[in-house]
Design a binder for this molecule. Structure first.
Ligand SMILES: C[S@@+](CC[C@H](N)C(=O)[O-])C[C@H]1O[C@@H](n2cnc3c(N)ncnc32)[C@H](O)[C@@H]1O
Length: 497
């Protein structure tokens, strides 16, 4: 830990004499309090307020040489160190202050901001929480905690913290700004636009991306209120020079509104979009999904078109925005059962996120996918001995390979009835071979095509279609986010009988 060297008392007393001689106010304060430490603190505060951080720090250190057990002085010293980017020294000083007075909310708040600046999230979060426990009415602590949780992508908790902060201190533009972004993530579009407008009213200018978000929020909200055509007509005026392509706005409105249960509005938008491009397989299938049409699997032309378009952004969108890490979770579970395979198949391999997870378990890895775009990304990433463009069931039924592992992360969600795929998988596995898979969980009895275009499978359906297998493990877990909310799913490990 960084050490803070305080000046000798003799040096400080010489300074006090000089100050008494040159600054009458200083002399008066010394006389009033009978102790020069208080006068030095006052002088330090004046230097601090005027931005003379180095002089302020030297003055507080001088005061501390006379009163080393004063927790407020240590906190002041920490604050000026922090203000002049000397965060390690600030940390030492604020820890000393808390050692002397562990129940001071302001000192915990200072530790939290120092922790934030040092990127020590754990320390900062703990310190914000302690500040709030000691003083629940500290808006800055709720704001700091909210922003930190926002960065950690704990959106619900972040939103709650920011709402408290804004209620306690309604004139902080930064809090409204962050509240606007979090409200958008929580699909509270009216709240989002209100918060951004309040930030502007409090003289916080919005950056272009935030202005775009505000225009989207107002448009989506008008759509939710049933004014789809009016919302689209007004969009260009609301967005002004920040406007995005209307096709992107309707595409995203369709996906956000269907994911948040506004199915009628989503269907209206979906019909409009299909009328513009009647042969687009993505528009047709997603409208069918929103309308609740029944089908056995997502059509192959949808899969190819959708994933070819999505491929370049897939990794960042899935792993970052949607917090998807099924390949890692599944590979870890798998390795706990068996750690070595002769020939592995990554079914619906996509961009190859599973390759790095599977490599330690064996050297022969075949990847199969329908989308050429996704396979191209997998090829760039590497790790596969072979990449095959094929439909999954057709591949399993036709291949001469006999695998001892089939790994299907987030790809069975494009199949309704899993029966045919399970039978084909059993045929392509050696006896005793393993099948690791994930599904999104349907709380009912069967299979549901969700408005997202992905199927959800119930535990009963899974059990009914796996008679060729012994179920080794079923683990419930959130698979990813959908419109900011966790999607419940299952990680399943089967053994071929
Ligand atoms: C959500 S991605 C998951 C990719 C990868 N497994 C991962 O975990 O990142 C689903 C992948 O399954 C592929 N897919 C969907 N249905 C398929 C089918 N019937 N046959 C082959 N691949 C399919 C898609 O092309 C897409 O690459």
């Amino acid at each position: 830990m960084t050490i803070i060297q305080l000046p000798d008392v003799g040096v400080t007393m010489a300074l006090v004499s000089t100050l008494q001689a040159s600054l009458p106010d200083f002399g008066r304060i010394v006389d009033q309090h009978g102790h020069p430490a208080t006068a030095l603190r006052q002088l330090g505060l004046v230097h601090w307020e005027n931005g003379r951080f180095d002089t302020a720090a030297r003055t507080f250190a001088a005061a501390l040489s006379l009163a080393p057990e004063d927790p407020d002085l240590w906190r002041d010293l920490a604050s000026v160190y922090s203000a002049s980017d000397r965060d390690e020294l600030a940390l030492t000083a604020i820890r000393k202050s808390l050692e002397l007075d562990p129940l001071n909310a302001q000192s915990w708040q200072t530790l939290a901001s120092v922790g934030d600046r040092l990127d020590d999230t754990e320390m900062a979060e703990d310190a914000y929480r302690r500040t709030i426990a000691l003083n629940p009415e500290a808006p800055a602590a709720h704001l700091g905690l909210g922003l930190l949780l926002f960065r950690k992508k704990h959106y619900e908790e972040a939103l709650a913290a920011l709402r408290v902060s804004v209620a306690l201190d309604p004139v902080n533009g930064v809090a409204h700004y962050a509240l606007g972004h979090l409200s958008f993530i929580a699909n509270d579009f009216a709240g989002c636009a209100r918060a951004f407008d309040e930030a502007v009213r409090l003289a916080l200018p919005l950056d272009p991306l935030t202005r775009q978000k505000r225009a989207r929020a107002l448009t989506f909200q008008a759509m939710i209120e049933g004014r789809v055509h009016e919302a689209l007509q007004n969009y260009n005026v609301i967005a002004g020079e920040d406007r995005e392509d209307l096709d992107i706005i309707t595409r995203d409105a369709f996906s956000v509104l269907s994911a948040t249960g506004h199915l009628e509005v989503a269907a209206t938008i979906g019909r409009m979009r299909l009328a513009e491009k009647p042969h687009d397989p993505v528009r047709r299938y997603l409208l069918d999904a929103v309308l609740g049409q029944s089908m056995n699997a997502a059509p192959t032309d949808y899969i190819e078109t959708y994933f070819d378009q999505f491929a370049p952004q897939f990794d960042s969108k899935l792993t970052d925005t949607l917090q998807y890490n099924a390949p890692r979770q599944m590979a870890q579970r798998l390795a706990a059962h068996r750690a070595s395979f002769r020939h592995m198949l990554d079914l619906g391999c996509g961009t190859g996120l599973a390759a790095a997870e599977l490599q330690p378990l064996g050297s022969a890895l075949t990847g199969v996918d329908l989308s050429a775009g996704m396979l191209a990304e997998a090829d760039k990433r590497g790790g596969y001995t072979e990449l095959v463009k094929a439909e999954a069931v057709a591949y399993l039924a036709g291949t001469d390979n006999r695998f001892d592992l089939i790994f299907a992360a987030d790809s069975l969600i494009y199949f309704g009835d899993l029966g045919p795929l399970m039978r084909a998988a059993a045929g392509a596995l050696v006896p005793g071979g393993l099948f690791a898979l994930s599904v999104e969980l349907d709380s009912g009895d069967g299979v549901t095509l969700q408005p997202s275009g992905r199927f959800a499978h119930s535990l009963n359906h899974l059990k009914a279609t796996t008679s060729d297998f012994v179920i080794l493990e079923i683990i419930e877990s959130n698979i990813r986010l959908e419109a900011g909310r966790p999607v419940p799913g299952l990680y399943v490990l089967l053994e071929r009988r």
